[in-house]
Design a protein around this ligand. Structure first.
Ligand code: GRF
Length: 222
């Protein structure tokens, strides 16, 4: 089967984009990146794409007179590429409801928290301040509301007592780099169904065990 053409939208360093590039180099990956779109010129993600021989397009949002005009230009470029799935991988701009509706159930985002907790910006600082014992990442279909929509996949990590924003971000990012290619793979293989506002993943095994953090002392049972 031909790999599914996808578009990846970025705004910055592009390590999640890199995880998709690396996955697609593995041979059996069922998707290929048709175009990388950035709303910021000169970012590291564009260099990563160019190095991998992937087409890039820059739409500098500051040069558009409205959000809709920017979104229309991006949409036209994505559709011209033939992409059937759009991946927001560190894309830091709100998209208009019309854009989101155009790609309903074929537009996904990765967010560095366990949604619906901690949508928005400054996630890791807010997680640490809240005292939450776990954080993680979420890959989800995009809806018009910020960081909302049917959840495809989540990965959890513990929050450690001495964590800084940077140390927690690094722990979460490592999980992101596994989660995003996995979600794209499932989508491309046709394993994902949106029913109501919940996602069914055919063939995904339920995880074993229970997560506890901090781990309690072993109960003394004789
Ligand atoms: C990631 O943490 C992603 O979840 C968030 O922005 C960050 C982008 O990192 N939306 P990168 O550009 O993929 O390295």
């Amino acid at each position: 089967m031909d790999p599914l053409p996808i578009a990846v939208l970025i705004s910055g360093r592009g390590t999640n984009l890199q995880s998709l590039i690396n996955a697609s180099l593995q041979g059996d990956f069922p998707a290929r990146i048709a175009v990388v779109v950035s709303n910021k010129p000169g970012v590291e993600g564009l260099v990563r794409a160019a190095r991998a021989g992937i087409r890039t397009a820059v739409f500098d949002h500051r040069t558009y007179e409205s959000r809709e005009a920017f979104d229309d230009a991006v949409r036209a470029r994505i559709d011209a590429s033939g992409a059937r799935l759009v991946v927001l991988a560190g894309f830091m701009r709100r998209l208009s409801p019309a854009f989101v509706a155009h790609y309903r159930d074929r537009l996904i985002n990765i967010h560095p928290s366990l949604l619906p907790a901690f949508p928005g910006l400054d996630v890791h600082r807010r997680v640490i301040e809240s005292g939450a014992r776990f954080s993680g990442c979420t890959v989800h279909f995009v809806r018009a509301e910020l960081d909302a929509g049917p959840i495809i996949l989540q990965a959890a990590v513990p929050v450690h007592p001495g964590d800084t924003e940077a140390s927690l971000a690094a722990r979460v990012l490592e999980m992101e780099h596994g989660a995003l290619p996995q979600a794209v793979r499932w989508f491309a293989e046709g394993c994902i169904r949106v029913e109501g506002e919940r996602v069914q993943v055919d063939g995904a095994a339920p995880p074993a065990g229970v997560l506890v953090n901090p781990f309690p002392a072993q109960a003394n049972v004789s």
